[in-house]
Design a protein around this ligand. Structure first.
Ligand code: GLU
Length: 427
C-alpha cells in the first residue's frame, strides 16, 4: 500500500473511532435520562476527566530512534481508581482510547467493582517489532505516564496485542521508578509476579457464562448448539475451546486474515495447536472465506471476538444466529443493534459480555493488596457469582423497561458512577 493508501486508512479509522465515541455518548445520555440524572451529569460523563498524550523516543534494533505516540485516558474516578487495559495497535487513536475508557467505566459499574474506567494505547505494530524493541517501548510508556498511574490511582492491564510479558516489563519499570515493589500497579501479570490464577482465561470464561445464561433465556441447549466465533485472539481462542468442551459445535472461527467454516464442526484442539502467538491460523488453509462471509453463516450463537464495527446496517439483516454475544469491544453499531433487537435476536452487549477480564483483574489486585493468593477454582467460583448476577440484572432491566440489552447494560453501568459523583458533591 502506498503512502496515500496508508493515510486514507488512518483517516477512515479515525472517523470510525469518532463514530464509536459519539454512539457511546448517545447511549450514555439515554441511560442517564432514564435513570433520572440531569444533563449536567451527562456533560460530565460524556468525555474522560483526563486524557494524556505522550511521545516516546525508543531505540530500535538497527540503531535508529523512533518516536512513538501513546495515550492514557481516565474516564471517571468518583467510584475509585480508574482501571483498564493498554493496547498496542497501528491504528490506535485518541477517540478510540476515550471511548474504550468510557466502556471500562460501564463494565466496572455492571459487575460492581470499586473502580472507574481507564484505557491506554500506543500506536505501533507489535507484529513487526522484536522483543527488545517491545520491552523498551513498554518501559518508555510507563515512564511517560508514571505521574498519573499507580495502584490507588489508575491500574493498567492487557488489551489488544499486549500480554503478561508486557505487563511484567511495565511492573518492573514502575517498581524501579518508585523504588519499591508494587504488584497492585498493574494486572494481567505472570503468576510468579503476583498474577491471578484464571486471569488469562477470564474474558472467555465471562463470555461463556453470558452465553449459557442467554441460551437459557432463549430455550437453547448449549450442548449441541452451533457456534461461530469471529477472532482467535485471547478471548476468541479460549472461548472456542470452552464451547467445544461444553459440547457445542464450533462451526466457524476466524483471524485477521480470513475465516474457516464447516457445518459439521471444526477441530478446535488442532487449530489451537497451530495458532501463533498473535492468534493467526487461517493462513495455513486454502479453503478460507472472509470474516464478513463468516458472520452471515448459519449458526445458533454468534460471538464477534475480534474488532470494532463488524455487524452494521449492511449485514445485520443477514445474521442467522438467534443469540449474538459481543466478546470484542464495539463490534456492533447502534443501527445494527436496533435491527437485531427488532428481529428478536438476543444481543449481549460488550460492556457486559467482556467484563470477565476486568473482574478477574480486580481479583488479582485484591490478592496483591492482601498478599494472599486464591486457587483457580476460587477465582472461577467468584467470577461465576459476579457474572450471573450482572447478566440477570441487565436482562431484568431490559425486560421491565422494554429496552434492548445495550441500553439496559448502560443503565446498570452508569448508575453507580453517577451516584458516586452526586455523593462527592461534584454536581
Ligand atoms: N482490556 C480488558 C478490557 O477491555 C481488561 C481490562 C482490565 O483487566 O483492567 O476489559
Amino acid at each position: 500500500m502506498g503512502a496515500t493508501g496508508v493515510n486514507n486508512q488512518k483517516i477512515d479509522k479515525e472517523q470510525e473511532s469518532l463514530n464509536l465515541l459519539s454512539s457511546t455518548q448517545v447511549v450514555i445520555h439515554e441511560a442517564l435520562n432514564k435513570l433520572g440524572f440531569s444533563d449536567e451529569m451527562y456533560e460530565l460523563l460524556k468525555e474522560p476527566l483526563r486524557m494524556l498524550t505522550v511521545r516516546m523516543p525508543v531505540k530500535m534494533d538497527d540503531g535508529s530512534v523512533k518516536i512513538f505516540t501513546g495515550y492514557r485516558a481516565q474516564h471517571n474516578d468518583a467510584v475509585g481508581p480508574t482501571k483498564g487495559g493498554v493496547r498496542f495497535h497501528p491504528e490506535v487513536n485518541e477517540h478510540e482510547v476515550k471511548a474504550l475508557a468510557m466502556w471500562m467505566s460501564l463494565k466496572c459499574g455492571i459487575v460492581d467493582l470499586p473502580y472507574g474506567g481507564g484505557k491506554g494505547g500506543i500506536i505501533c505494530d507489535p507484529r513487526t517489532m522484536s522483543m527488545g524493541e517491545l520491552e523498551r517501548l513498554s518501559r518508555a510508556y510507563v515512564r511517560a505516564i508514571s505521574q498519573i498511574v499507580g495502584p490507588t490511582k489508575d491500574i493498567p492491564a492487557p488489551d489488544v496485542y499486549t500480554n503478561s510479558q508486557i505487563m511484567a516489563w511495565m511492573l518492573d519499570e514502575y517498581s524501579m521508578l518508585r523504588e519499591y515493589d508494587s504488584p497492585g500497579f498493574i494486572t494481567g501479570k505472570p503468576l510468579v509476579l503476583g498474577g491471578s490464577q484464571g486471569r488469562e482465561k477470564a474474558t472467555a470464561q465471562g463470555v461463556t457464562i453470558c452465553i449459557r445464561e442467554a441460551a437459557k433465556k432463549k430455550g437453547i441447549n448449549v450442548e449441541g448448539a452451533s457456534v461461530v466465533v469471529q477472532g482467535f485472539g485471547n478471548a476468541g481462542s479460549f472461548l472456542a475451546k470452552f464451547m467445544h468442551d461444553a459440547g457445542a459445535k464450533v462451526v466457524g472461527i476466524s483471524d485477521a486474515y480470513g475465516a474457516l467454516y464447516d457445518p459439521e464442526g471444526l477441530d478446535i484442539d488442532y487449530l489451537l495447536d497451530r495458532r501463533d502467538s498473535f492468534g493467526t491460523v487461517t493462513t495455513l488453509f486454502d479453503n478460507t472465506i472472509t470474516n464478513q462471509e463468516l458472520l452471515e453463516k448459519e449458526c445458533d450463537i454468534l460471538v464477534p471476538a475480534a474488532i470494532t464495527n463488524q455487524i452494521t446496517i449492511d449485514n445485520a439483516h443477514n445474521i442467522k444466529a438467534s443469540i449474538v454475544v459481543e466478546a470484542a469491544n464495539g463490534p456492533t453499531t447502534l443501527e445494527a443493534t436496533k435491527i437485531l433487537t427488532e428481529r428478536g435476536v438476543l444481543l449481549v452487549p460488550d460492556v457486559l459480555a467482556s467484563s470477565g477480564g476486568v473482574t478477574v483483574s480486580y481479583f488479582e489486585w485484591v490478592q496483591n493488596n492482601q498478599g494472599y493468593y486464591w486457587t483457580e477454582e476460587e477465582v472461577n467460583e467468584k467470577l461465576e457469582l459476579v457474572l450471573v448476577q450482572a447478566f440477570n440484572n441487565v436482562y431484568q432491566i431490559s425486560q421491565t423497561r422494554n429496552i434492548d440489552m445495550r441500553l439496559a447494560a448502560y443503565m446498570a453501568g452508569a448508575r453507580k458512577m453517577a451516584e458516586a459523583v452526586k455523593f462527592r458533591g461534584w454536581l
